[in-house]
Design a protein. Structure first.
Length: 128
């Protein structure tokens, strides 16, 4: 791969990051304006200036919830033309399957777990 291709890739990524930052800021401003419209009797900015902790907690929770929803959308990818994208936006670590537990071994070899078709154990042999 040559340097021109690498630099163009970085430039394209930088443009997308800037676009995403502007879109996120604009959508957060719209979210706060809609919330302000939904609570006409409370002036959140004035209450925050007064030091109202309850309003600060609610506004912080609203911003966190917005971030969680945005993160979930980025994590699951987008749908374009009703076709889900194969790769996700944020790469997630691969899930490793835990190793199988070791089989119980006795004098006759590995034990077989009983199934529905296994006949019941003979009480005379086991002494139960």
């Amino acid at each position: 791969m040559d340097w021109g291709t690498i630099l163009m890739g970085y430039l394209k990524d930088l443009i997308w990051v800037l676009f995403a930052a502007v879109a996120m800021a604009m959508s957060l401003i719209i979210l706060l304006k809609v919330y302000d419209f939904m609570t006409p009797r409370i002036d959140e900015q004035e209450e925050l200036k007064k030091g109202n902790i309850a309003v600060a907690i609610v506004m912080g929770s609203l911003i966190l919830a917005f971030g969680f929803v945005t993160g979930m959308v980025l994590q699951t990818g987008t749908v374009i033309n009703n076709q889900p994208q194969k790769e996700i936006v944020i790469p997630m670590p691969r899930q490793v399957q835990p190793p199988a537990p070791p089989a119980f071994q006795n004098d006759n070899g590995p034990a077989v777990l009983p199934s529905e078709n296994t006949p019941p154990a003979d009480d005379k042999k086991t002494g139960l």
